[in-house]
Ligand binder design. Structure first.
Ligand code: PLP
Length: 391
C-alpha cells in the first residue's frame, strides 16, 4: 500500500508526468508549468520595454538568480554567478590560476564527466600537467589513490560530488581537506547533487562549486552556476573576463580590467536573460519543498528500484548503501541501449550510458506505482528479448 506522500501535491505543476513515466531527472528535469509564464514575461518585457529592460532588472538578473539558488546549495547570498554551462564556469576558474610554475598539476579521476577531461587537457598548452587517477571499480572513485595523487605540485582538483554514471557520492570533505593541506584547490561539480542530495559546501570549506539547472533543479538549459568561497572571490582574477566583470561596465574603459566585486567579477559578458527567466520556477519549487525532503523521498524510491531490479536478477551499477547513493539507479541488462529505446517507445522515459547501463531517476514528482511500472516494463522487454533469442 502506498504511504501518504505530501510531495505528490507538486505533481500538478509538471505537465509531462501525466503523459508518461518520467524517470530521467538526472538528465532533464520536468518543466514546471509556470516556466511557460516566465518565458512569456521575458518576451513581453523585451517587446514592451526594449532596451530599458536592462535597467529594470535584466542587468542584475545573474546575481538575483544566483541568490535564488543560494539556499538550495546552502551558501550565502552574493556568492553565485550564472553562466551558460559547467564548462564555461570551470573555464573561468581555470583561468584564475597559473600553470607555468612548479605547482601546475590538475588531478582528477577517470570517472569524471568527460567535459572536465576535455577542458583541462586544453590547459596543457599553458603548461598544465594532467594527472588521471584510475579507479579499479566502475562505480566508485579510489579515494586513497586520489588523496595520494594530490601534493604540493597540484593546483586544481576537479571532482564530482555525485558521479554521473553510477550516482556514487564522493567524499568531498576528505578530498578538500587534503587539497588544502598541500595548498591546492578543489572545483566541486555538484550538478548531479544540486536539488537532490544535501551538501555542506560551507562546512567543507569548498573553494569552488559548479553545476547547471537542467537536471534535478528543473530549470532548463543555459543556467549554469559558479559558487566561489567568499575569501577567494575577493582575490581571484579571471583571465576569461568581459565587460560585465568590470567594476564600472558602463564607463566602457579600455585596456586592463578593473575587476568588480564578487560575484560579478566572474561574469564574463551579457547575462543569458531568457535562460534565467526559465530557471526560476524550478528553483522556487525545489526551495519550497527543501532538499532534505526531496532526499528522503529519493532514497525511498531508489531503494524500491534497486530491490526490484535485484529481485529480477539484474545487475545494479549503483551503490546499495543510502549514504553512498545519489538520486539515480543504473541497471545493467543485456543489450541495454536497445532496451532503453524500447522503454522510451513504451513511455518509460529513461536513458542509457555505455559501460554503466540504464539510468532511472525518480524525483519528488514521481510515484511508487511509476517505479513498479518502469521495472515491470523493463522485465517485459528483457523477457521478450530472451524469448526471441531462444526461439
Ligand atoms: C556531473 C556533470 N558535470 C557536467 C555535466 C555537463 O554540464 P554542461 O553541459 O553544463 O557543461 C554533466 C551533464 O550531464 C554532469 O552530469
Amino acid at each position: 500500500m502506498s504511504i501518504h506522500d505530501p510531495l505528490l501535491a507538486f505533481r500538478r505543476e509538471f505537465p509531462i508526468v501525466e503523459t508518461c513515466t518520467y524517470l530521467v531527472s538526472h538528465s532533464l528535469g520536468a518543466m514546471p508549468r509556470r516556466t511557460a509564464d516566465n518565458l512569456r514575461a521575458y518576451a513581453d518585457t523585451w517587446a514592451s520595454r526594449g532596451v530599458r529592460a536592462w535597467h529594470e532588472g535584466w542587468w542584475e538578473i545573474g546575481r538575483v538568480t544566483g541568490d535564488l539558488l543560494a539556499p538550495i546549495l546552502d551558501v550565502a547570498t552574493g556568492t553565485i554567478s550564472m553562466h551558460q554551462n559547467v564548462t564555461v564556469a570551470q573555464g573561468i576558474i581555470a583561468s584564475c590560476h597559473r600553470y607555468d610554475g612548479p605547482r601546475r598539476r590538475i588531478v582528477m579521476t577517470d570517472l569524471e564527466f568527460p567535459s572536465n577531461h576535455y577542458l583541462f587537457e586544453g590547459f596543457r598548452r599553458y603548461g598544465a600537467e594532467i594527472v588521471y587517477v584510475e579507479s579499479t571499480d566502475p562505480i566508485r572513485i579510489d579515494l586513497e589513490r586520489l588523496i595520494d595523487a594530490i601534493d604540493d605540485r597540484t593546483v586544481l582538483v576537479p571532482l564530482s560530488l555525485v558521479l554521473f554514471k553510477s550516482s556514487y557520492i564522493t567524499d568531498a570533505k576528505t578530498v578538500i581537506e587534503k587539497a588544502h593541506r598541500v595548498g591546492a584547490r578543489v572545483i566541486l561539480d555538484v550538478y548531479q547533487a544540486a536539488g537532490a542530495v544535501p551538501m555542506d559546501l560551507r562546512g567543507w570549506e569548498t573553494d569552488f562549486a559548479v553545476g547547471g539547472s537542467v537536471k534535478w533543479l528543473c530549470g532548463g538549459p543555459g543556467a549554469g552556476y559558479l559558487y566561489v568561497r567568499p575569501d577567494l572571490a575577493r582575490e581571484l582574477e579571471p583571465a576569461l573576463a568581459g565587460w560585465a566583470a568590470h567594476d564600472e561596465p558602463f564607463a566602457f574603459a579600455t585596456g586592463r580590467i578593473k575587476y568588480a566585486g564578487a560575484p560579478e567579477r566572474f561574469q564574463s559578458g551579457t547575462p543569458n536573460v531568457p535562460a534565467l527567466y526559465a530557471a526560476r520556477a524550478g528553483y522556487e519549487i525545489v526551495a519550497e519543498i527543501g532538499v532534505d525532503r526531496i532526499r528522503e523521498k529519493s532514497l525511498r524510491l531508489t531503494r524500491r528500484l534497486i530491490d526490484a531490479a535485484l529481485a529480477a536478477g539484474y545487475r545494479v551499477n549503483t551503490p546499495r548503501l543510502d549514504a553512498e547513493r545519489g538520486g539515480t539507479v543504473t541497471i545493467d541488462v543485456p543489450d541495454g541501449a536497445r532496451v532503453t529505446d524500447e522503454l522510451i517507445r513504451r513511455d518509460v522515459i529513461v536513458d542509457y550510458r555505455p559501460g554503466a547501463g540504464i539510468r532511472m531517476a525518480p524525483h519528488f514528482y514521481n510515484t511508487e506505482e511509476e517505479i513498479d511500472r518502469a521495472i515491470g516494463t523493463l522485465k517485459e522487454i528483457v523477457g521478450e528479448s530472451v524469448g526471441r533469442s531462444s526461439a
